[in-house]
Write a protein that binds this ligand. Structure first.
Ligand SMILES: [Zn+2]
Length: 249
């Protein structure tokens, strides 16, 4: 898709318009999450979109009706509950989460209390705000704890790195730049410690060899003799990320 994307509305139906370089013809897409999307080829006159949507109204209403029926049939699964506890296996921490409604506080206020209690107060009836606040807190926690673990592991084993960053990423657990900057996926904080250590060793060894050559794996084996087992386990490691974190964000 190109950058051009806008919202439109005809006959009370809201939709998103996207211009795609790969599209040959205008087409309509419906999804339960995003509703109606109109995909246009480059050069399609945006003034014609409204007529296009009108001409497909029967199909749109039928698909929308199916989504509504489906949603009504399983209301429980549509919403992920807010967590009451958060296990951060990767850094050996376990937190209890408390939600306190306070109409006088705008937004969400989040505090770490003694005894590993995470206290959210304010508009906690707004689920989206709560998820947002928890994610911000996790980012902060992961930077602090995973960052210091990596720095320590590097120092103990004599690796030279120039920086560490922790980000939420979809498909990569870590990466290492040619300048020795290591990036870790925030979701590592949910994984068993031996897998977190393996990913750290994996990236640290890229400061020695930027490839996955035999020499590279020899280096990894020196710091993690079980690396082959760990590498295999990483293929299924997404299951350690809790549903409230992976499905809501
Ligand atoms: Zn690698």
């Amino acid at each position: 898709m190109s950058a051009l994307s806008f919202r439109g509305n005809s006959s009370g139906i809201a939709y998103t318009v996207k211009v795609s370089r790969r599209a040959r013809h205008a087409r309509l897409k419906m999804s339960p999450e995003e509703g109606l999307t109109v995909v246009l080829p480059v050069g399609f006159d945006p003034k014609r979109v409204s007529a296009l949507v009108e001409s497909k109204m029967e199909w749109i209403m039928k698909v929308q009706g199916n989504f509504d029926k489906h949603r009504a049939a399983e209301p429980a699964q549509a919403e992920t509950a807010l967590p009451e506890a958060i296990e951060l296996a990767g850094v050996g921490e376990s937190w209890r989460v408390e939600y306190r409604y306070d109409p006088l506080r705008p937004g969400i206020f989040i505090r770490e209390l003694d005894g590993n209690v995470l206290d959210l107060s304010g508009g906690v009836d707004n689920r989206a705000w709560c998820f947002e606040a928890l994610e911000q807190w996790l980012k902060h926690r992961a930077k602090l704890k995973l960052g210091s673990q990596l720095t320590r592991l590097a120092a103990i084993n004599g690796f030279k790195i120039s920086g560490v960053s922790v980000k939420k990423q979809k498909s990569r657990w870590g990466s290492c730049s040619s300048r020795g900057n290591i990036n870790l996926n925030l979701k590592l904080i949910f994984l068993p410690p031996e897998l977190v250590r393996y990913i750290m060793i994996h990236e640290l060894c890229h400061t020695l060899h930027m490839d996955h050559s035999a020499r590279y794996w020899e280096a990894v084996a020196r710091y993690d003799p079980d690396y082959a087992v760990h590498d295999r386990e990483m293929k299924h490691a997404w299951r350690f990320v809790p549903a409230w974190f992976s499905s809501n964000r």
